[in-house]
Write a new protein. Structure first.
Length: 125
């Protein structure tokens, strides 16, 4: 399993060639419940005709990994450590990271700020 970040979902639905290449390299892509929520929120805000419904159908192609109690514990530790060292990233991204760490899975993203996370395997595109 390989997890994809919200930015990847956005790039893929827009037809970004780098994201399309990732799909060919990693056939078993999944996303997190947090990325799904963030992605759908953006679709709702776009106000483009039928875009929210299209986005919901698009997400059907990605199994969604939940945020569970173990991910919550990892998030609490991670977020408090990042805040304490002045390296805080967005809360959504910390939640996504907690899910990836909980499942010991790499995260595909173009967001370089994830490099702040010790122990997170990244696939940057």
């Amino acid at each position: 399993m390989t997890l994809v970040d919200t930015c990847f979902l956005i790039d893929l639905i827009k037809g970004e060639p780098r994201a399309e290449q990732i799909v060919l390299q990693y056939p078993d892509l999944k996303t997190t419940a947090v990325s799904s929520a963030e992605f759908l929120y953006g679709a709702k805000l776009s106000r483009k005709r039928d875009f929210y419904e299209i986005s919901e159908k698009f997400l059907d192609f990605f199994p969604i990994v939940p945020f569970d109690a173990e991910a919550a514990r990892i998030y609490a530790e991670l977020a408090s450590n990042l805040t304490g060292t002045g390296r805080h990233i967005s809360t959504f991204d910390e939640l996504i990271t907690a899910i990836a760490l909980r499942h010991h899975e790499p995260l595909i993203t173009r967001d370089k700020h994830y490099r702040e996370i010790d122990g997170l395997e990244l696939i940057l595109y």
